[in-house]
Design a protein around this ligand. Sequence first.
Ligand SMILES: [Fe+2]
Length: 101
Amino acid sequence: MTELFQKVRGFVKESFHNNIAQMKHFDRTVHWVKVFKPDADEAFLIAAVGHDIERAFRKKEEMVKMYGNSFKSEEGLMHHQKEGAKIIEDFLVKNSAERES
Ligand SMILES: [Fe+2]
C-alpha cells in the first residue's frame, strides 16, 4: 500500500477511536475492491477505506433535525456522501496529495 493510503487509513482509524469492528469493515471494503478490481488505483483504495468517514464526525442531533431518524433517506445518504468526500478531501489537501492522478 502507498504511504498516502496508509496515512488515510491511519486518519480513519484515529477518527473512529481505533474501533476494531469499524476498521474490519473498512479493511474488508478495500479487500473486496481489490478482488473485484485488481487494477484499482490509489484513489480508488483511498475512497474505499474512507467511504464512511462522515459517520466518525456525524452530529446526530443535526442529522435528526434535517432528515428524521432515518439516515438512509435519499437526502441523508447524500449528506453522508458529500460530507465524507469533504472530510477526506481536506485530509488529502493537508497531506499534499496531488489533485490529479
Ligand atoms: Fe460502509
